[in-house]
Design a protein. Structure first.
Length: 126
C-alpha cells in the first residue's frame, strides 16, 4: 500500500527539545498534527513500516518526528492512513495549515514544495 498519513500528537506540557540539526525547539502544550508519506517501491511496505516505526517506543532518532515522539511528555493519540499513491504529505499540510501554526522546518527540510513545516500545532480543533 502506498499513501500518506497524519499523526495526531499530544504534548502534555511545554517542553524544549533538541530536534536534530534544527536545534532546540519549544513545543507548547497541546495537540499537533504531523503529515508523512510512504511511497516506496517495496510493494507498499514502506508506508506500513513507517507507521510501525512511529509506534515503537525504542528507536534510533533519524527523522525530526523521532525526536518528538521519543519525549516522555509526548503521546501519539492517533494515526490516519490514506491509501493514495498520488496524494502527497504537502497536500495534507495545506489541508490543515489554517487550523494551526507550523513548527518552522519540522519534517520539511527536504520538501520540494517549500512547505513551512510538516508539523502543525493545532489552535483550532476540527
Amino acid at each position: 500500500m502506498k499513501g500518506v498519513y497524519y499523526l495526531l500528537i499530544y504534548i502534555r506540557r511545554n517542553i524544549r527539545l533538541k530536534i536534530g540539526f534544527l536545534g532546540d525547539i519549544l513545543f507548547k502544550k497541546g495537540f499537533y498534527v504531523y503529515a508523512g508519506s510512504g511511497k516506496g517501491e517495496d510493494n507498499g511496505g514502506e508506508l506500513l513500516n513507517r507507521i510501525i516505526r512511529h509506534l515503537r517506543f525504542i528507536k534510533r532518532n533519524n527523522w525530526h518526528i523521532d525526536y518528538l515522539l521519543s519525549s516522555k511528555y509526548t503521546e501519539l493519540k492517533g494515526v490516519c492512513i490514506i491509501k493514495d499513491e498520488f496524494l502527497t504529505e504537502c497536500e495534507l499540510v495545506k489541508k490543515i495549515l489554517y487550523k494551526g501554526i507550523p513548527v518552522p522546518g519540522f519534517g520539511s527540510t527536504d520538501c520540494k514544495n517549500n512547505c513551512p513545516s510538516h508539523l502543525i500545532r493545532l489552535t483550532s480543533l476540527m
